[in-house]
Design a protein around this ligand. Structure first.
Ligand code: ADP
Length: 352
């Protein structure tokens, strides 16, 4: 029997909202239900006045009630306490982080998606802006279909997947259509995504950059204050050369480097556990040391990462206990610590 939304709604009716005292379905708090294969994602919107323990109780009841449905394998519950009036632009975004790479295909988008979900699991409100205008992957990686509501000509509401706010050129252009744009068009697309999207209140906006050091990078760095950049590279020299250029570019425009990630660092054979270093190994770590920037860690080349990311079921959301998900969680914690340290850093005045 096919798993249907009605089945999910039926079990969710058993949960009572502590504020309105109605059940959460009747009170229109179940905002999204996505079912893909046996995976279920539900977004529940609670009142911002709900106490933390009651919020946790709603989350865990939803988690266990849905898990008990026979056909369900993975459950992902997102609780939001959103004010419906979203503010246009990034005025209420605390931190903007660029995720960049020297080359394409090194896993930058996969890393962005999973880090964003990991940050959300740390309790932050997170959005993803897909600035990779030539090869937008976020709609697919977040499993979001459809187009944003363009009825308001001045401001575009973001789309939503796994509780993350998301905007991408990919929502507006068919997946198989090439995007052939000149510099000024790229610059204007990046500015529009920053200024005309109703991002509302966010702790972190992760920006999935196009590879290299082009117009999009400069536009972003010059349009908004960036809290930092995360550089994703594979371990081999040819990728590291370009990653180095990316780091130099961000440093030139005074954007702090929050760290380097070595993706596809090694392959661990699922049969015999042998570790193969297909693209060499340790290159990004030694590069980080050489450049005096933080090394955030290594992610293996892993079939579960590939499958989940390409089918819109990001591993951190759908398989949180997988060892690779734990790596993303650790990286997110380090990034969050760096952001908190920036916040706590008081300006020092030196007399001489
Ligand atoms: P980029 O954004 O750098 O172009 P993507 O994130 O689109 O790269 O990744 C390219 C391909 O590599 C995708 O099919 C993705 O699923 C896969 N991939 C990324 N990271 C890993 C990994 N650690 N293990 C296995 N596959 C990966």
């Amino acid at each position: 029997m096919n798993l249907e939304k009605a089945t999910i709604l039926k079990v969710l009716q058993k949960i009572t909202d502590p504020i309105s005292k109605k059940n959460i379905v009747e009170n229109d708090m179940v905002k999204e239900i996505h079912i893909k294969d046996k995976n279920v994602q539900v977004v529940i919107e609670i009142s911002p006045n709900t106490p933390a323990d009651k919020r946790k109780a709603i989350e865990s009841s939803a988690q266990s009630l849905i898990s008990e449905i026979e056909q369900v394998k993975n459950v992902f519950i997102v609780i939001t306490a959103e004010k419906t009036n979203l503010v246009k632009g990034v005025k209420q975004v605390k931190h903007i982080i660029a995720v960049a790479s020297g080359k394409g295909g090194v896993g930058k988008s996969t890393t962005t998606t999973n880090l964003a979900i990991a940050m959300q699991k740390l309790g932050l409100k997170v959005g993803i802006m897909d600035a990779d205008v030539f090869g937008p992957s976020q709609p697919r990686m977040l499993g979001i279909k459809g187009k944003p509501d363009a009825s308001n000509k001045q401001a575009l509401p973001p789309m939503e997947g796994y509780g993350l706010k998301a905007m991408s050129i990919g929502f507006l252009v068919a997946e198989d259509k090439p995007i052939v744009w000149r510099g000024p068009m790229v610059m204007s697309a990046v500015k529009q995504m920053l200024n005309d999207v109703m991002w509302g209140e966010l702790d972190v906006l992760m920006v999935d950059m196009p590879p290299g050091t082009g117009d999009a990078q400069l536009t972003l760095a010059q349009s908004v204050p960036l809290s930092g950049a995360v550089i994703v590279s594979t371990p081999q020299d040819i990728a590291l050369i370009d990653a180095r250029k990316g780091i130099a570019m961000f440093q030139k425009v005074n954007v702090p480097i929050l760290g380097i990630i070595e993706n596809m660092s090694m392959f661990i054979c699922p049969n015999c556990n042998h570790e193969s270093h297909i693209f060499a190994n340790g290159g990004a770590k030694s590069e980080a040391k050489k450049l005096g920037v933080n090394f955030l860690g290594e992610i293996p080349i892993d079939i579960d990462i590939r499958k989940t990311s390409d089918t819109g079921l990001p591993i951190v959301a759908t398989k949180p206990d997988n060892p690779q998900s734990k790596i993303y969680m650790e990286m997110a914690k380090q990034i969050n610590n760096s952001l908190n340290n920036q916040k706590n850093k008081k300006p020092t005045i030196q007399f001489s």
